[in-house]
Design a binder for this molecule. Structure first.
Ligand code: PPE
Length: 306
């Protein structure tokens, strides 16, 4: 169980155990919340940095817009609140979780005039899929659950309710002995994982799924830029599970998962069944840049110290 000292709750810094809501909170019943996941890293040479803080806060505002939730904060105010939560908790590296949700008021699906409340929690969070996963890669399975159709739930909103689909797929994958699920869209093309975007590498070309049924991952976009800057050809294009089977390399990206290599899909080795050279190169450069070792990407870092 995570515990830290304080949670930011609508402008107040509450002791961790006092950040509570009523059981008739709308979001608890209907999934009417939007959230973010952001990472802060300890930098080489001292201090810390939040990775793409402003972009995450903008995405939270956009998620609220899609969900018709009236968020009473600007992206700038949310970014300041994230930094404040990190510093009062003296957290030099870890995960930041802002969540805005429809609160307690009237029951029923229609959110009506129920209040929109916002919390920000922070905690230390190691490698999402295990430390070994980052080095050796993981085993994944195509899910029997499809990612939602583009007109079902809105994938560009990082909405709490969207994660019911992810939970079903994640449980299935874990119970079947795999680390994570690869989800297909309703047309049968590779979409994303339960909390990660997907990349494959074939004949030197880095390919990721288009921004249709997926969340617009900030790590995804960062890796696309990084790969291009390193001289790789990057394409956003639909691909099928059998193209994935014959890829030379594959990996997931996400704030929590960072850049995790995939060594197997549906019991077929991807390439040589280990983290490939392009994957390793991108992972190395990604970890350098989040730790503040790449001046070229300083604009993506929000430096702070505790
Ligand atoms: N797709 C989904 C469905 C998703 O949840 C995430 C993040 C991504 C793609 C990658 O987006 P980005 O973090 O901007 O690169 N998933 C978050 C939640 C994980 C969790 O278990 O909670 C995360 O990585 O923070």
């Amino acid at each position: 169980m995570q515990t830290m000292k304080y949670i930011w709750f609508d402008g107040k810094m509450l002791p961790w155990d006092e950040a509570q809501v009523h059981v008739l909170t709308h979001a608890l019943h209907y999934g009417s919340g939007v959230f973010e996941g952001i990472r802060a890293y300890a930098c080489t040479g001292g201090g810390s940095a939040v990775f793409r803080l402003e972009d995450h806060c903008k995405r939270l505002c956009n998620s609220a817009k899609i969900m018709r939730m009236a968020l009473p904060y600007t992206a700038e105010q949310l970014a300041d609140a994230c930094l404040e939560t990190l510093t009062v908790n003296k957290l030099a590296a870890g995960y930041i979780r802002p969540l805005s949700f429809v609160g307690y008021g009237e029951m029923g699906v229609y959110p009506g005039q129920n209040p929109v409340q916002t919390i920000i929690a922070v905690w230390p969070w190691g490698a999402y899929l295990g430390a070994e996963a980052l080095e050796k890669g993981i085993r994944v399975k195509t899910s029997t659950f499809a990612r939602a159709h583009v007109n079902t739930t809105m994938s560009k909103a990082k909405a709490a309710g969207n994660y019911v689909n992810s939970i079903l797929a994640k449980i299935e994958a874990k119970e079947d002995g795999y680390d994570e699920a690869v989800m297909l869209d309703t047309n049968g093309y590779v979409s994303e994982a339960t909390g990660e975007n997907i990349f494959i590498v074939r004949d030197g070309i880095v390919k990721t799924t288009p921004w249709t049924s997926i969340l617009g991952g900030i790590t995804r976009q960062s890796i696309m830029t990084l790969a291009q800057d390193l001289g790789y050809t990057v394409v956003e294009q639909q691909f099928t599970r059998d193209e994935f089977y014959i890829a030379d390399e594959a990996f997931f990206t996400g704030t929590a998962a960072e850049l995790t290599p995939i060594r197997e899909l549906d019991n077929r080795s991807i390439g040589e069944g280990k983290a490939g050279p392009v994957t390793q190169h991108l992972q190395r450069e990604f970890f350098k840049l989040v730790k503040g070792e790449s001046p070229q990407y300083e604009g993506w870092l929000h430096r702070y110290s505790v």
